[in-house]
Design a protein around this ligand. Sequence first.
Ligand code: KIV
Ligand code: ZN
Length: 562
Amino acid sequence: MNEGYKKYIPFKQIDLPDREWPNKTITKAPIWCSVDLRDGNQALIDPMNLEEKLEFFHALVDIGIKEIEIGFPSASETEYEICRELIEGGHIPDDVTIQVLVQAREHLIKKTFEAIKGAKNVIVHFYNSTSTLQRKVVFKTDMQGVIDIAVNGAKLIKELTEQFEGDTNIRFEYSPESFSGTEMDNAVKICEEVMDALGSTKENPVILNLPNTVEMCTPNTYADQIEYFIKHLKNREAAIISIHPHNDRGCGVAATELALMAGAERVEGTLFGNGERTGNLDMVTVGLNMYTQGVDPELDFSNLPKLKEIYERCTNMRIDPRQPYIGELVFTAFSGSHQDAINKGHIYMKESNTPYWEIPYLPIDPADVGREYEPIIRINSQSGKGGAAFVMNHNFGYDMPKRMHPEFSKLVQAECEKLGRELIPKELLKVFEDNYLNIQQKYQLTKHKVYEESENGKSYVHFKGRMRIDGDAEVKLHGVGNGPIDAFFKALKPINMEKYKFVNYSQHAISEGSDSKAVSYIELKKPDGKNIFGVGIDSNVNFASILGVLNAINRAELENNA
Ligand code: KIV
Ligand code: ZN
């Protein structure tokens, strides 16, 4: 047995006996801050170039993000130039604040202040690492050493802000990097000292960003840390509590949600969770999770496919087919019982007129994120009877009667088995057309006339026509009945078609190009006692039914000859 697990130290729990967050719910959107262009970008094999960064920046603005960390301008010339281009090129709307990251080190802070000249709104985000492990193995210093670095940085930032020329609105953000690996009382202490050094007030609050730099604990523990921090911070109202979760245990979204319940007011994350290692928290998922709970995320995700396209092109990353809300397969139901339930949900919504989204297996209306109904259901040999009928109705407007679903589903499954794969909606339509509309016709009407006549207040329908049988000479037909189907059956008597019995029919209108036509579905009983369906389409409702009858007969005769 592998005993490797013994080398890991379990995460220390937080002493928070009266924790309140488990009873809270998320009722409003946080302040969102995108770190795509910094944390996301620095984690790419090929970081974005200027053009890509600008395009990405505009995409973030377009979805409504108001605080955007644009990079690390003191880290390299490229980063510096991108910052200058954003400012000088007039890319930043007045209601958007750019955020610049810098380590709490003098020369880097000075360079950062040069980079932001001329901007309207800026958050200067400085950080240093505070965790027990980093102090022990990286910095080889005690907590006071780490506090001194942060406080010195804060003092310099305050001084440079006071001397700053122009009317730039500068705000501050401090991150005790690796917050979640820091003793909570130390995290509180360093932040309080930074607040004192910056002179933070209720009117000019500092953003205290509490990163889960490496996700090492369950989301409830991170929530405990946030609640603990908030409860113990002096001068709480002079701070905006921000979180910055990463996703090392795959719980970034959950950690964010619980931390919001614990009182976090601001969230730093990226689109689709790009970022160091397993990524930052995915703002799209957190936002849409809120949306599906009836809470406005205050971000516009109505065209996720476009966002995905920009994201994949600029970052060269790929979105997993199972990624919530945007993955290729997330609105696809393969299982027959799921397909049936989705189908029933659509029917229920139509019939009940409910104002709510009430469809099993679909937590969100795909249309709300710019996705289409088309790929919701894929047809394969495992699909249920309702799935294929659902696609035929939704995609092509053929509303087959329920009794016909098993017959059509069998045809679909046979095709799936033949091809050894699922069918796409277009192929499904072809199965329908090949089996109902374009079949070889043993009995072919070459001429027809359907008309009504009344006598002594009673009306009758006449069917008159000519029929070619197996390509031979035409025979004349005439029948009178109480409806078109009855009249047609009577007309078929001389050619010995009484062996087929009429069972049922249904009809609806369908648009074909500019004109509307009627589709009739006819169910007949065959001589062997089994039922078969036929489909007729015509601009004349009565004739559509007659064609349906003929189609069912022709299909039955084809079966006999098979
Ligand atoms: O993950 C992290 O801790 C960071 C900080 C720089 C905020 O990205
Ligand atoms: Zn980070």
